[in-house]
Structures are given as C-alpha cells and as structure tokens.
Design a protein around this ligand. Structure first.
Ligand code: TXA
Ligand code: MG
Length: 324
C-alpha cells in the first residue's frame, strides 16, 4: 500500500518524504497541473527502470524530463530562439519542448530511450518546488499502467499503481486534466507532436506562425509513445454519437439532441455549458466513471476540434482505436 501525503495540509513533510524516496531511487506519484506523474530521478538508471517496470511501458518510449525552471532546463538541453520564446511564454505550464540533449547532461539514456533529444517540461506549483528541492530533473510519464487511462487524482493513481509504489502525493484533482502539448522546433518550423493542455492557437499566437501538424491522425509513431490504441477503458468507445442504445453510457458535451437517451445505462455531462477547459478537466475521471457503470460501450457526443478540443479528440480517437 502506498502512503498518501496531502500536499496542501503537509507541504513540508511532502517535500521531505518525497526527496528521500526519490534519493532511494524509487518512483513516486506526483501531482502536476496536467495529470499525475510517476516521477523518478532522471539521472538514476535503476530509478528510471522502475518507472518502465511499474507502468509496463515499452522502453523505446522516452519519458518527459521535468525541470524547476528555464535556467535548469538550459543545463540539460540546447534552446533555439523559438523554443526559448515558447518556454518564456508558457513555463511553468502544460507545454513540453523536444530539444537537443546536451551530451554531458547527466540525464540517463534510459529516460530518453537513447535519443539525442529530450522532452522537457516545467510544471506549475508543487511539482516545481519539489524539483527545486531535489535539484535534479524528474522523469515522469503519466501515472497509469501503459495503454490505460491517465490519472487525474491521487485515488486514480492508487487504484492503478498503489500496490507497486510506496508514496503518492495528493493535490486533489488535476486542474488541466489532459497531458501537456508537445512541440519540436525543426528547421524554423514548429511541429505539433501531441496536442494537449495548451491550445495550439496559444502557441501560434506567441510564435507568430502556424504549427505544422501531421496530415492525419494515424498510428504512425510521431512522439514515439503515441500508439494508436491508448487511453483505453474496459468498455468500447464510440465517438460522435447522435443516438444511444440500452447497453451504452453516454458522455455528453453541451446539450446535443441524442435519440434514445432514456435507454442509456447512464448519462454524464463533461460540460453542460460547452466549456472545453471544463471538459478536459473532467475527461479521464468521467471515462473511468463511465467504465464503472458496466456499460458495454461508452458513447461520446460530438466535441468541437478547436482549443482544448483538439487534445480531447486526440485522446478519444486513441481510446476508440482497435485494440490488440
Ligand atoms: O503532462 C504531461 O506531459 C504528463 C505529466 C506527468 O507531465 N506526462 C506525460 O508523459 O504525459 P507520457 O510519458 O505519458 O508521455 C510522454 C510523451 C510520449 O508520447 C513520448 O513518446 C514523448 O512524450 N516524448 C518524450 N520524449 C520525447 C522525445 N525526445 N522526442 C519525441 N517525443 C518524446
Ligand atoms: Mg501517458
């Protein structure tokens, strides 16, 4: 059983116990503004190996390294002017930059899956304070079994990984609710590797140029971990539903017309007034709740593909993708 520490009630204890646990090479459940991470010392190969083992994650899928601020990040990676501008505008926050790794950085190749680049993010709030206290980068994927739904509360982490880790820090529900947006600057172009908690339009506004997207959402591995089937609940997932049947739970966005709604096993409102930020914050928790209704299928009504809707639809397409 993992020990829980509430970071609002016991911030100092949380920092002390967490830094001691990390120094032992053990991963911890760590709240960030996007989702909960499974965090370990990015310079310690045994600690990183435990992340892969705990999640059942393929080792060719690199981990995001979390830093306390831009100055710390510059010790580990090389910034081009566009990436620096984005870091200054959006860190701390839900943006991950893929950058050339400094050869003497000390980040272990297990964390980057041997690539010559590293994904770096500066999280908001407590996680940043913890990294400052620990004074080393923390490698942290989302705190869920590989392929399953990401955790947005300490209880989600406990339900999934509680038997396999010793410490979970509790900060309540994650504010953003979907993972960070990942971009990589290449030949003066900003490539969107994963839509996420920072809307692409925000990045375009600051950069003064359009992001380069993949032609279509495909199974091709762009950010190496972006396999087609991912974020999978136990139930099947169906998108753009305009009607429901008796073995389905409906997750609704806004107030769409849905035929047969009285037959649904349950109806959950991601955001009754059509707010995409609220929908993102609720998304993973509602998928778990819908799964718990026992319905064979979770049907989602249409969600617009703008703002945070791009990240929500990306996750839903993966949840709906054929499973192996
Ligand atoms: O919000 C988030 O990003 C959360 C929190 C915990 O920070 N973390 C997260 O990590 O979502 P994870 O491991 O579930 O997803 C990381 C993604 C993977 O798709 C991985 O392939 C990609 O980032 N990635 C990491 N390093 C990369 C690199 N050097 N080049 C390309 N993609 C990379
Ligand atoms: Mg993940």
């Amino acid at each position: 059983m993992a020990r829980h520490i509430d970071i609002l009630e016991h911030p100092q204890t949380a920092i002390e116990v967490a830094t001691a646990t990390l120094a032992e090479g053990l991963p911890i459940g760590l709240p960030t503004e996007t989702v909960y991470g499974l965090a370990a010392d990015a310079t310690n190969p045994a600690a990183i190996a435990r992340i892969y083992e705990t999640k059942g994650r393929p080792r060719f899928n690199p981990l995001i390294c979390h830093m306390s601020d831009l100055a710390m990040a510059e010790r580990y990676a090389v910034f081009d002017p566009i990436s620096r501008k984005l870091a200054e505008a959006f860190w701390p926050g839900p943006l991950t930059l893929v950058l050339p790794l400094r050869s003497d950085s000390g980040i272990h190749p297990l964390a980057t899956a041997g690539l010559d680049t590293v994904g770096i993010r500066v999280p908001q709030g407590f996680a940043g304070n913890l990294i400052r206290a620990f004074d080393r980068p923390l490698a942290a994927p989302s705190a869920n079994t590989s392929g399953k739904i990401s955790a947005t509360s300490a209880d989600h982490v406990d339900d999934d990984l509680g038997e396999r880790i010793t410490l979970i820090l509790d900060a309540g529900a994650s504010v953003v609710g979907v993972e960070s947006t990942i971009v990589k600057v290449e030949d003066g172009e900003i490539r969107l590797l994963r839509p996420g908690g920072l809307a692409a339009s925000e990045i375009e506004r600051v950069a003064g140029r359009a992001l380069k997207r993949k032609k279509k959402a495909s199974a091709a591995i762009e950010a190496p971990g972006m396999m087609a089937s991912h974020y999978a609940p136990g139930a099947a997932v169906r998108l753009d539903a305009t009607e429901v049947s008796a073995n389905e739970t409906l997750i609704r966005f806004g107030t769409p017309d849905i035929a047969g709604i009285e037959k649904a096993v349950a109806v959950l409102d991601l955001s009754a007034n059509g707010d995409l930020s609220e929908a993102a914050a609720n998304l993973f928790d509602f998928m778990k709740r819908a799964d718990a209704t026992g319905a064979a299928t979770i049907a989602f009504s249409h969600i617009p593909d703008e703002g945070l809707g791009e990240a929500i639809n990306d996750r839903l397409r993966r949840a709906a993708a054929p499973r192996e």
